[in-house]
Design a binder for this molecule. Structure first.
Ligand SMILES: Cc1cc2nc3c(=O)[nH]c(=O)nc-3n(C[C@H](O)[C@H](O)[C@H](O)COP(=O)(O)OP(=O)(O)OC[C@H]3O[C@@H](n4cnc5c(N)ncnc54)[C@H](O)[C@@H]3O)c2cc1C
Length: 425
């Protein structure tokens, strides 16, 4: 709407002066995207495909994007870092202007984004997909320095965290203990910690068969739980011990120097490798821009993903309050398309298109063993909530189904190929 009225105003002014109507270049609508990950890269590409007349700028500090999806397979030795690293050349070739910088401030009234490098970019519509921040010290003693000894590997960044965790697992003695601290809901990728446990077990079974995995969980239940636990028993015997929150699984304090994790009831666990996944919130830029509420996440209109407090700013991916939708790359991609379509409609003064959001989360439990959960979601009439379609979706069946598991591992590979193409090609 803003660009439309801006363009109309320019046209009107030109007519008054008796000059020819403004050219498209002068009146070109500006879509700025902050964050070049699952939500942001998908949005930038989709915007170029669906509205070639709109100027699309993508702001991202990292020169290349490393995906968290398939990062667990790197830990398991089934992929290398190159396989999960993607460049922005494909988006640049599509006409997306890539600005390698960090957004440090947003002015929703002036409609501008301030960059770390000092420049300011104006926008007609802003898509914000900066992902999550880790809540340092929510677990006492777990801060940025502690993460150098007890990696989280939950934000990929430049890849240093995944590489560190992988090295630590490779260097630990046979018979050693890998401990994980797993956060309460909501957090990035509900099945992610359990896929990680599986992939570490898959590696240890081959290389350090006397090692153990101790999973200390803040929760009593988790995504695809029965499927994971069936597979753990079948594939890894007694290697994995999962401790739920109500059986003293909640980690409240860590000591990075001694790699010690202390639970709510005061039990202390010494680990050879400690992977601490702390509680999370929306990334810093969303908080600093005043878009989050007291939950730490951004409330949005589920029809358009516009922030409740800032129309014109569409917040997608893990940073928003997703309702029953998981914080997944799949949802970030699916909602990116609705956010872009809504932004473009608004620029033309049209209503947003009807919305439906899709999710499939595959998990590798073994090299040839995949499981999945599917969900389909729709916003309600006024965009205040999103509802899951109970007649569609569900999880893989339980039981001894080796061919189904083998196929799902391959479907997962195909999903990864196709979503990264939908983001970067
Ligand atoms: C171990 C693990 C496994 C996972 N596996 C799966 C899976 O199999 N399937 C699935 O669907 N999902 C999976 N996920 C979840 C998925 O990674 C996230 O849901 C997805 O990345 C969210 O997309 P996003 O755009 O919100 O954030 P991201 O993809 O993290 O992108 C955010 C981008 O914003 C940039 N950024 C941050 N702040 C700024 C700023 N101020 N200015 C400019 N740029 C900024 C960051 O550098 C980053 O590139 C997994 C996650 C983990 C941790």
């Amino acid at each position: 709407m803003v660009a439309h009225s801006r363009r109309s105003a320019l046209v009107a002014a030109a007519a008054l002066l008796g000059a020819p109507a403004v050219s498209r270049a002068q009146g070109q609508a500006r879509l700025v995207v902050v964050g070049g990950g699952f939500g942001g890269a998908s949005a930038a590409r989709f915007a170029r495909l669906s509205a070639p007349d709109v100027a699309v700028t993508l702001i991202e500090p990292q020169p290349r994007f490393i995906t968290c999806p398939y990062g667990n397979l790197v830990l398991g030795g089934l992929r290398d870092m190159a396989a999960i690293t993607h460049g922005y050349e494909g988006l640049a070739a599509r006409g997306v202007r890539i600005v390698q910088d960090r957004a440090v401030g947003i002015d929703p009234v002036a409609r501008s984004v301030r960059l770390g490098g000092g420049t300011t970019l104006g926008y007609d519509r802003l898509i914000l997909s900066p992902g999550v921040a880790l809540r340092w010290n929510a677990i006492a003693g777990y801060d940025e320095a502690a993460a150098e000894a007890m990696p989280h590997a939950w934000i990929a960044g430049d890849g240093a965290q995944i590489t560190l965790l992988r090295r630590q697992i490779a260097a630990m003695p046979d018979g050693g203990v890998v401990a994980l601290a797993i956060p309460p809901n909501p957090f990035r990728c509900p099945p992610g910690p359990y896929e990680r446990i599986s992939m570490i077990a898959q590696y240890l079974k081959r290389h350090k068969p006397r090692a153990k995995i101790l999973a200390l969980d803040a929760k009593e239940r988790f995504s695809k739980q029965a499927l994971f636990q069936d597979a753990w028993r079948a594939l890894y015997g007694g290697m994995i011990e999962w401790v739920p929150g109500n059986v003293d699984g909640r980690v409240v304090r860590v000591d990075a120097r001694t790699r010690m994790l202390e639970t709510e009831l005061g039990t202390r666990h010494r680990a050879d490798v400690a992977n601490v996944i702390p509680p999370q919130s929306a990334a810093a830029i969303a908080i600093e821009a005043g878009l989050t509420d007291r939950t730490g996440w951004v409330p949005v209109d589920y029809r358009t993903f516009e922030a409740r407090t800032a129309p014109g700013i569409h917040v997608i991916g893990d940073a928003n309050q997703p309702g029953p939708m998981p914080k997944s790359g799949f949802i970030a991609n699916s909602t990116a398309k609705q956010a872009v379509a809504s932004a473009l409609a608004a620029l033309r003064g049209a209503p947003p298109p009807e919305a439906v959001y899709f999710n499939t989360c595959y998990s590798h439990v073994g090299a040839e063993y995949g499981i999945s959960i599917v969900g389909i979601f729709r916003p309600n009439a006024d965009g205040t909530a999103v509802e899951e379609d109970r007649d569609a979706g569900g999880t893989s069946p339980r039981g001894d189904l080796p061919e189904q598991r083998r196929l799902e591992a391959r479907y997962a590979d195909a999903w990864y190929e196709s979503i990264t193409r939908d983001m970067f090609s």
